[in-house]
Design a protein around this ligand. Structure first.
Ligand SMILES: NC(=O)c1ccc[n+]([C@@H]2O[C@H](COP(=O)([O-])OP(=O)(O)OC[C@H]3O[C@@H](n4cnc5c(N)ncnc54)[C@H](OP(=O)(O)O)[C@@H]3O)[C@@H](O)[C@H]2O)c1
Length: 252
Protein backbone atom coordinates (compact mmCIF):
# COMPACT_ATOMS: atom_id res chain seq x y z
CA UNK A 1 0.00 0.00 0.00
CA UNK A 2 1.43 3.44 -0.92
CA UNK A 3 1.96 5.44 2.25
CA UNK A 4 1.85 9.23 2.22
CA UNK A 5 0.82 9.61 5.86
CA UNK A 6 3.71 11.97 6.61
CA UNK A 7 3.20 14.06 3.46
CA UNK A 8 1.21 17.13 2.55
CA UNK A 9 -0.02 17.84 -0.96
CA UNK A 10 -1.50 20.77 -2.87
CA UNK A 11 -3.73 19.96 -5.84
CA UNK A 12 -4.80 22.76 -8.18
CA UNK A 13 -8.01 22.34 -10.14
CA UNK A 14 -9.34 19.75 -7.69
CA UNK A 15 -13.00 20.59 -8.30
CA UNK A 16 -13.46 18.02 -11.08
CA UNK A 17 -11.93 15.36 -13.29
CA UNK A 18 -8.28 14.40 -12.83
CA UNK A 19 -7.69 16.87 -9.99
CA UNK A 20 -10.58 15.52 -7.89
CA UNK A 21 -9.53 11.93 -8.49
CA UNK A 22 -5.92 12.76 -7.64
CA UNK A 23 -7.12 14.25 -4.36
CA UNK A 24 -8.95 11.00 -3.61
CA UNK A 25 -5.89 8.90 -4.43
CA UNK A 26 -3.53 11.03 -2.33
CA UNK A 27 -5.94 11.18 0.62
CA UNK A 28 -6.46 7.40 0.45
CA UNK A 29 -2.70 7.02 0.74
CA UNK A 30 -2.76 9.18 3.88
CA UNK A 31 -1.63 12.60 2.62
CA UNK A 32 -2.98 15.80 4.13
CA UNK A 33 -4.35 17.95 1.35
CA UNK A 34 -4.89 21.53 0.30
CA UNK A 35 -7.28 21.80 -2.62
CA UNK A 36 -7.78 24.81 -4.84
CA UNK A 37 -10.15 25.78 -7.67
CA UNK A 38 -12.59 28.53 -8.50
CA UNK A 39 -15.64 26.39 -7.63
CA UNK A 40 -15.06 26.06 -3.90
CA UNK A 41 -18.47 24.47 -3.28
CA UNK A 42 -17.21 21.46 -5.23
CA UNK A 43 -14.04 21.34 -3.14
CA UNK A 44 -16.00 21.42 0.08
CA UNK A 45 -18.18 18.51 -1.10
CA UNK A 46 -15.10 16.56 -2.07
CA UNK A 47 -13.35 17.08 1.24
CA UNK A 48 -16.36 15.64 3.09
CA UNK A 49 -15.83 12.28 1.41
CA UNK A 50 -12.04 12.12 1.84
CA UNK A 51 -10.44 9.95 4.50
CA UNK A 52 -8.09 11.63 6.96
CA UNK A 53 -8.25 14.92 8.78
CA UNK A 54 -6.96 18.45 8.42
CA UNK A 55 -7.56 18.84 4.68
CA UNK A 56 -8.08 22.43 3.61
CA UNK A 57 -9.82 24.07 0.68
CA UNK A 58 -9.43 27.61 -0.54
CA UNK A 59 -10.48 29.60 -3.60
CA UNK A 60 -7.88 29.61 -6.33
CA UNK A 61 -7.82 31.23 -9.73
CA UNK A 62 -4.41 30.43 -11.17
CA UNK A 63 -4.72 33.25 -13.71
CA UNK A 64 -4.87 35.81 -10.90
CA UNK A 65 -1.66 36.68 -9.05
CA UNK A 66 -3.44 37.88 -5.91
CA UNK A 67 -5.62 34.79 -5.76
CA UNK A 68 -2.56 32.52 -6.06
CA UNK A 69 -0.67 34.44 -3.38
CA UNK A 70 -3.64 34.36 -0.98
CA UNK A 71 -4.18 30.65 -1.65
CA UNK A 72 -0.56 29.75 -0.96
CA UNK A 73 -0.51 31.85 2.19
CA UNK A 74 -3.61 30.08 3.53
CA UNK A 75 -2.32 26.68 2.55
CA UNK A 76 1.17 27.18 3.94
CA UNK A 77 -0.36 28.44 7.19
CA UNK A 78 -2.55 25.36 7.47
CA UNK A 79 -0.17 22.66 6.26
CA UNK A 80 3.15 24.09 7.37
CA UNK A 81 5.38 22.49 4.79
CA UNK A 82 4.24 21.50 1.27
CA UNK A 83 5.67 18.18 0.09
CA UNK A 84 3.79 17.64 -3.16
CA UNK A 85 2.41 20.18 -5.63
CA UNK A 86 0.17 18.80 -8.37
CA UNK A 87 -0.16 21.51 -11.03
CA UNK A 88 -3.33 20.16 -12.58
CA UNK A 89 -5.53 23.22 -13.26
CA UNK A 90 -5.87 23.59 -16.99
CA UNK A 91 -8.19 23.91 -19.94
CA UNK A 92 -8.59 23.90 -23.70
CA UNK A 93 -10.88 26.28 -25.52
CA UNK A 94 -12.13 25.34 -28.97
CA UNK A 95 -10.52 23.32 -31.74
CA UNK A 96 -9.66 25.91 -34.31
CA UNK A 97 -6.81 26.52 -36.69
CA UNK A 98 -4.33 29.23 -35.79
CA UNK A 99 -5.84 31.22 -38.68
CA UNK A 100 -9.24 31.16 -36.98
CA UNK A 101 -8.05 31.50 -33.40
CA UNK A 102 -8.66 34.54 -31.22
CA UNK A 103 -6.65 36.40 -28.60
CA UNK A 104 -9.23 35.97 -25.87
CA UNK A 105 -9.18 32.15 -25.89
CA UNK A 106 -5.44 31.98 -26.52
CA UNK A 107 -4.72 34.31 -23.63
CA UNK A 108 -6.85 32.29 -21.20
CA UNK A 109 -5.17 29.02 -22.20
CA UNK A 110 -1.72 30.53 -21.80
CA UNK A 111 -2.64 32.28 -18.54
CA UNK A 112 -4.11 29.11 -17.05
CA UNK A 113 -1.94 26.31 -18.40
CA UNK A 114 1.43 28.04 -18.53
CA UNK A 115 1.60 31.21 -16.43
CA UNK A 116 -0.67 29.74 -13.77
CA UNK A 117 1.53 26.67 -13.46
CA UNK A 118 4.73 28.70 -13.26
CA UNK A 119 3.20 31.16 -10.80
CA UNK A 120 1.99 28.40 -8.47
CA UNK A 121 5.36 26.67 -8.67
CA UNK A 122 7.20 29.89 -7.81
CA UNK A 123 4.89 30.59 -4.85
CA UNK A 124 4.93 27.06 -3.43
CA UNK A 125 8.66 26.33 -3.80
CA UNK A 126 9.69 28.37 -0.71
CA UNK A 127 7.39 26.10 1.34
CA UNK A 128 9.05 22.91 0.10
CA UNK A 129 11.97 21.21 1.80
CA UNK A 130 14.99 20.13 -0.22
CA UNK A 131 15.18 16.36 -0.55
CA UNK A 132 11.45 16.06 0.10
CA UNK A 133 9.52 18.37 -2.23
CA UNK A 134 7.94 17.08 -5.44
CA UNK A 135 6.27 19.01 -8.27
CA UNK A 136 4.00 17.05 -10.59
CA UNK A 137 2.78 18.83 -13.71
CA UNK A 138 -0.18 17.75 -15.78
CA UNK A 139 1.07 17.91 -19.33
CA UNK A 140 -0.65 16.22 -22.23
CA UNK A 141 -0.04 14.21 -25.35
CA UNK A 142 -0.80 17.59 -26.97
CA UNK A 143 2.55 18.78 -25.62
CA UNK A 144 4.35 16.06 -27.53
CA UNK A 145 2.61 16.14 -30.90
CA UNK A 146 1.56 19.20 -32.85
CA UNK A 147 -1.80 18.51 -34.43
CA UNK A 148 -3.99 20.66 -36.68
CA UNK A 149 -6.69 22.66 -34.88
CA UNK A 150 -4.77 22.10 -31.67
CA UNK A 151 -3.84 25.77 -31.61
CA UNK A 152 -2.78 27.36 -28.37
CA UNK A 153 -3.69 24.25 -26.35
CA UNK A 154 -0.85 22.45 -28.14
CA UNK A 155 1.29 25.56 -27.68
CA UNK A 156 0.56 25.72 -23.96
CA UNK A 157 1.18 22.04 -23.24
CA UNK A 158 4.39 22.14 -25.30
CA UNK A 159 5.47 25.00 -23.06
CA UNK A 160 4.55 22.96 -19.98
CA UNK A 161 6.84 20.14 -21.12
CA UNK A 162 9.68 22.58 -21.81
CA UNK A 163 9.22 24.29 -18.44
CA UNK A 164 9.10 20.94 -16.66
CA UNK A 165 12.49 20.17 -18.18
CA UNK A 166 13.85 23.58 -17.23
CA UNK A 167 12.68 23.10 -13.65
CA UNK A 168 14.14 19.61 -13.53
CA UNK A 169 17.56 21.02 -14.33
CA UNK A 170 17.23 24.00 -12.01
CA UNK A 171 16.05 21.92 -9.05
CA UNK A 172 18.15 18.80 -9.57
CA UNK A 173 19.35 17.31 -6.30
CA UNK A 174 16.76 19.29 -4.35
CA UNK A 175 13.17 18.91 -5.54
CA UNK A 176 11.67 16.17 -7.70
CA UNK A 177 9.98 17.33 -10.91
CA UNK A 178 7.66 15.05 -12.88
CA UNK A 179 5.22 15.39 -15.71
CA UNK A 180 2.31 13.06 -16.37
CA UNK A 181 1.14 13.42 -19.98
CA UNK A 182 -2.09 11.63 -20.87
CA UNK A 183 -3.75 11.10 -24.21
CA UNK A 184 -7.54 10.88 -24.21
CA UNK A 185 -9.09 10.97 -20.75
CA UNK A 186 -12.88 10.79 -20.46
CA UNK A 187 -15.29 11.34 -17.55
CA UNK A 188 -13.93 14.84 -16.93
CA UNK A 189 -15.27 18.27 -17.83
CA UNK A 190 -12.41 18.92 -20.24
CA UNK A 191 -14.51 18.61 -23.41
CA UNK A 192 -17.49 20.44 -21.86
CA UNK A 193 -15.18 23.41 -21.41
CA UNK A 194 -13.42 22.98 -24.74
CA UNK A 195 -16.64 22.79 -26.77
CA UNK A 196 -18.55 25.17 -24.50
CA UNK A 197 -21.25 22.66 -23.65
CA UNK A 198 -21.79 21.31 -27.20
CA UNK A 199 -22.71 17.73 -26.24
CA UNK A 200 -22.54 16.41 -29.79
CA UNK A 201 -18.96 17.54 -30.29
CA UNK A 202 -18.02 16.16 -26.90
CA UNK A 203 -19.61 12.76 -27.63
CA UNK A 204 -17.77 12.58 -30.96
CA UNK A 205 -14.41 12.78 -29.17
CA UNK A 206 -15.00 9.72 -27.01
CA UNK A 207 -17.22 7.64 -29.34
CA UNK A 208 -16.09 4.01 -29.59
CA UNK A 209 -12.96 4.46 -27.45
CA UNK A 210 -12.17 2.88 -24.12
CA UNK A 211 -10.59 6.10 -22.94
CA UNK A 212 -8.45 6.62 -19.86
CA UNK A 213 -10.29 7.59 -16.70
CA UNK A 214 -9.26 10.23 -14.16
CA UNK A 215 -8.52 7.32 -11.80
CA UNK A 216 -5.96 5.94 -14.30
CA UNK A 217 -4.15 9.29 -14.33
CA UNK A 218 -4.36 9.62 -10.54
CA UNK A 219 -2.83 6.16 -10.28
CA UNK A 220 0.18 7.35 -12.31
CA UNK A 221 0.56 10.43 -10.13
CA UNK A 222 0.37 8.27 -7.02
CA UNK A 223 3.07 6.00 -8.45
CA UNK A 224 5.32 8.98 -9.17
CA UNK A 225 4.97 10.49 -5.69
CA UNK A 226 5.51 7.24 -3.82
CA UNK A 227 8.91 6.27 -5.23
CA UNK A 228 11.93 6.18 -2.93
CA UNK A 229 13.59 9.53 -2.11
CA UNK A 230 16.49 8.89 -4.50
CA UNK A 231 14.27 8.10 -7.51
CA UNK A 232 12.44 10.51 -9.85
CA UNK A 233 9.83 9.63 -12.44
CA UNK A 234 10.71 12.33 -14.97
CA UNK A 235 8.01 11.85 -17.58
CA UNK A 236 5.05 9.51 -17.96
CA UNK A 237 3.13 9.32 -21.24
CA UNK A 238 -0.08 7.31 -21.12
CA UNK A 239 -2.70 6.68 -23.77
CA UNK A 240 -5.66 4.39 -24.42
CA UNK A 241 -4.87 1.19 -26.33
CA UNK A 242 -6.94 2.57 -29.23
CA UNK A 243 -4.99 5.84 -29.51
CA UNK A 244 -1.58 6.09 -31.19
CA UNK A 245 -1.70 9.85 -31.68
CA UNK A 246 -4.25 12.67 -31.78
CA UNK A 247 -5.62 11.61 -35.16
CA UNK A 248 -4.67 7.94 -35.16
CA UNK A 249 -7.53 6.52 -33.15
CA UNK A 250 -9.13 3.15 -33.85
CA UNK A 251 -12.79 3.42 -32.89
CA UNK A 252 -15.03 0.41 -32.25
N1 LIG B 1 -9.17 15.22 -20.27
C1 LIG B 1 -8.16 14.97 -21.08
O1 LIG B 1 -8.31 14.30 -22.12
C2 LIG B 1 -6.77 15.48 -20.72
C3 LIG B 1 -5.69 14.93 -21.42
C4 LIG B 1 -4.42 15.38 -21.14
C5 LIG B 1 -4.22 16.35 -20.18
N2 LIG B 1 -5.30 16.88 -19.52
C6 LIG B 1 -5.01 17.93 -18.52
O2 LIG B 1 -5.47 17.50 -17.25
C7 LIG B 1 -5.78 18.63 -16.44
C8 LIG B 1 -7.15 18.42 -15.81
O3 LIG B 1 -8.12 18.32 -16.82
P1 LIG B 1 -9.45 17.46 -16.70
O4 LIG B 1 -9.54 16.60 -17.88
O5 LIG B 1 -9.58 16.86 -15.36
O6 LIG B 1 -10.54 18.63 -16.93
P2 LIG B 1 -11.65 19.25 -15.97
O7 LIG B 1 -12.55 18.20 -15.43
O8 LIG B 1 -12.28 20.35 -16.77
O9 LIG B 1 -10.81 19.88 -14.76
C9 LIG B 1 -10.09 21.07 -14.90
C10 LIG B 1 -9.85 21.64 -13.52
O10 LIG B 1 -9.05 22.82 -13.67
C11 LIG B 1 -9.63 23.85 -12.89
N3 LIG B 1 -9.34 25.16 -13.43
C12 LIG B 1 -9.56 25.64 -14.68
N4 LIG B 1 -9.21 26.94 -14.76
C13 LIG B 1 -8.75 27.28 -13.52
C14 LIG B 1 -8.25 28.48 -12.96
N5 LIG B 1 -8.16 29.61 -13.67
N6 LIG B 1 -7.84 28.47 -11.67
C15 LIG B 1 -7.95 27.34 -10.92
N7 LIG B 1 -8.42 26.18 -11.40
C16 LIG B 1 -8.83 26.15 -12.68
C17 LIG B 1 -11.13 23.55 -12.88
O11 LIG B 1 -11.70 24.10 -11.67
P3 LIG B 1 -12.65 25.38 -11.58
O12 LIG B 1 -13.37 25.50 -12.89
O13 LIG B 1 -13.54 25.06 -10.42
O14 LIG B 1 -11.72 26.51 -11.28
C18 LIG B 1 -11.13 22.03 -12.81
O15 LIG B 1 -11.06 21.59 -11.47
C19 LIG B 1 -5.67 19.84 -17.36
O16 LIG B 1 -4.42 20.47 -17.16
C20 LIG B 1 -5.75 19.24 -18.76
O17 LIG B 1 -5.10 20.05 -19.72
C21 LIG B 1 -6.57 16.46 -19.76
Amino acid sequence: MPDLSDRTAVVTGASSGIGAETARALANAGARLALGARRTDRLEELVKELPGEGHVTAPLDVTDEDSCAAFVETVAGALGRVDILVNNAGLALGRTSVEESNDEDDRLMLETNVLGLVRMTRLVLPHMEDGRGHIVNLGSWAGREAYPQGGMYVGSKTAVLALTRVLRRELVGRIKVSTVDPGMVGDTEFSDVRFRGDQERKDAVYRGVDYLTPADVADCILFAVTRPDYMVVDEMVIKPLQQASQDAIVRK
